[in-house]
Unconditional design. Structure first.
Lengths: 321, 321
């Protein structure tokens, strides 16, 4: 990953990775140290949590979620894992196996839920039954289950593995539409409110190339394949757009995201609609909601009544490759 | 420009142009009508000027400035032209010829200034002498001369031909850095203030493809070549980025710019630093400034004392092609 002969900025040993946005190369040890420092800085700057908090880390088996679980455990945080089986064919079976192997190898506690076993549906079926995009049905399901698992397990914070590329791509999408309410809520940490737990994204200062390198250097085996249902979505287009900008002008991507958080988010703070409205308990599951049945229970009702839809049937032309 | 056999949305006659962002094709007459309406809408929505105002239109010989001059005169506005000879080799000689032919063919009044003849320097020399980028030396010179010409000629508004592509590209650059003060000032109209004239950009609702088509259909001969000194600059990269986004998702570009003006600019209005400071008259030229000598007079002093630099010497590798 580094050009041959390049040296670590910190110790002059042979470098294993070049980071154009830092205009430097690093050996394995100093690269890992850089990752730890970037995560520490995010946790501190945005007041995410401390070592007295019980953290629930949402893990998918991909590089980002395994990297942040590893980083938090290594740093002495109380971090359990939480895995949701989404029923996306082989992809879900494999992702579960990666998560379980990682947890077992380090004797970590893993909480699991399976949409099909526990709620009678899966993401392909939900997408078809509710006429939603798969990523929308999936996101709704995961957010609900993260919140519920944190509430039921007495966790203080839900941690997700969103990295700088993810957040910058979402920001670009929100900026292209100037969706003020979404922009106002796009923060690395959201406080607990209305019965929803606190949420934190400690990887926002690391790119996906960096989390992949973290896993490689730490010997973490992760699922490389992207979810087949996300192929061709707009989020990936925005990532490519930002990568092209970054290529022409290194560090543009982090400046775009971090300057937004520093300079723009405070100006937007008052614009986040106190969307709470009249929050009460969902009649079916008890989760906080502004409607009789929460959106998740409505999705469960619709999707679990539908005949199971195999993932192949829902994949668009682009998804099939 | 339209696919063969396509029909005008308004009259079903054979179309001459397709506009994916409007999801429609148009015949020549209805395309020209669309352009007029978009310009009328910009003038009205942003309260730019009316037919009692004397307008000074900054013209370069390119499609945008000749199109807006044509549109304004056709619509009955009092619009004179203003041309600045920048001394950028053959490019400037040609651009001047296009402007003069256009003005002469329609018996329009054209005010001209020449940097070399009137101020003893040109853009390539200024760039070298002041160690500025050529686009920076050029922009400073033009802004000053537009303002001064408006003041001395008793014009109410300076009109420039910035189109949707220009404004969206500048917006993208400002957003990538979250330069709040620049964002707050990026408006289609700036009121007169501190001795500076009102400024308006009536083409912000038309793309450069549309202004080119306007010229083509109206028989306006314009300089197609871009300024050789601008080649490879970041503004062009941002235009390409937005074109790729537009290609994947038509009307993204106009949504990006127009939603910014509608939804974001009002939130930023209070953020525009009252940069006025202590404004007084420049000791040398009498223009409003916060320093003893205004930035233009300082540039004139430096650049006019420097031996003339031929344009070829200042062109970067990318500029030479």
């Amino acid at each position: 990953m580094a050009t041959s002969g390049s040296k670590c900025r910190a110790c002059k040993a042979p470098a294993v990775i070049d980071l154009p946005r830092h205009n430097a190369n690093f050996c394995a040890d100093h690269f890992l140290q850089l990752c730890r420092r970037q995560v520490d800085k995010a946790i501190d700057d945005y007041d995410m949590f401390d070592r007295s908090d019980r953290l629930l880390v949402a893990v998918s088996g991909g590089k980002d979620s395994l990297a942040i679980w590893d980083l938090l455990v290594e740093a002495g945080y109380q971090a359990d894992g939480f895995y949701v089986g989404l029923g996306i064919g082989d992809y879900s079976d494999e992702s579960r196996a990666y998560v379980e192997r990682f947890a077992a190898s380090r004797s970590l506690h893993l909480v699991t839920v399976d949409l099909r076993d526990d709620y009678g549906y899966d993401v392909p079926t939900a997408a078809r039954a509710a006429k939603r995009k798969p990523c929308s049905a999936c996101g709704l399901s995961k957010r609900h289950l993260f919140d519920r698992a944190a509430r039921e397990g007495g966790y203080d914070v839900v941690v997700t593995g969103h990295n700088l590329d993810d957040e910058a791509a979402v920001l670009l999408g929100n900026v292209l539409r100037w969706d003020i309410e979404y922009l106002a809520r796009q923060l690395p940490v959201l406080p607990a409110a209305n019965g929803f737990p606190k949420k934190a994204k400690p990887l926002v200062r690391l790119t996906e190339r960096e989390t992949a390198a973290w896993c490689l250097l730490r010997g973490i085996d992760y699922l490389v394949e992207e979810c087949p249902m996300s192929s061709g979505n707009r989020h990936l287009h925005h990532k490519n757009t930002l990568n092209a900008i970054e290529q022409a002008s290194p560090s543009s991507k982090s400046a775009f995201y971090l300057n937004f958080i520093d300079k723009m988010a405070p100006l937007l703070a008052s614009q986040s609609a106190a969307a709470s409205g009249d929050v009460h308990d969902c009649e079916q599951c008890g989760s906080p909601t502004t409607t009789e049945l929460c959106a998740f229970c409505r999705l469960v009702d619709t999707a679990s009544a539908h005949e199971p839809v195999p993932v192949e049937l829902v994949l668009g032309r682009r998804g099939r490759r």
